[in-house]
Design a protein around this ligand. Structure first.
Ligand code: NI
Length: 137
């Protein structure tokens, strides 16, 4: 991998805040932090294109006593078995369950499956973390 150096002009106050933040985060230097910021920017924009192959993790919290909720969650995942890579279930307490589902495929399909699962009645909280296959960055 060829490295290229470049200079950046930036407001002093902004740079000081950035340095303070990355120091707290544990970055050894600005270059590594800026590389991560650039990769994050590229990954977020990958998801804007429907056709790009992406991977994400969907986290759901729900009350398993809600009627037919678990059946629906399982049925929808089976309908999209080509997208669902795996799922992990945690029994949080007597009522609440947490499920993490790894989904990969076209960005549009992954988003739509995640939205379909989050919107089921009884799901208390759902969030899709959009990450990357790593190939494009
Ligand atoms: Ni459970």
């Amino acid at each position: 991998m060829a490295l290229e150096r470049f200079g950046v002009s930036m407001d002093k106050g902004l740079l000081e805040r950035f340095d303070e933040r990355i120091h707290r985060a544990g970055y050894a230097n600005r270059s590594e932090a800026i590389r991560d910021v650039v990769r994050d920017y590229l990954v977020r924009h990958e998801w804007e294109s429907d056709e790009v192959q992406v991977v994400g993790t969907l986290t759901l919290v729900y009350d398993h006593h809600t009627r037919q909720l678990e059946d629906k969650l399982i049925e929808i995942q089976h309908d999209h078995h080509d997208l669902v890579r795996c799922a992990t279930h945690v029994h949080l307490d007597h009522h609440n369950c947490l499920e993490v589902i790894v989904i990969s495929g076209r960005a549009a399909d992954v988003r739509s499956l995640a939205e379909g699962l989050i919107s089921i009645r009884g799901v208390k909280h759902g969030e899709l973390t959009c990450t990357t296959t790593g190939r494009g960055i």
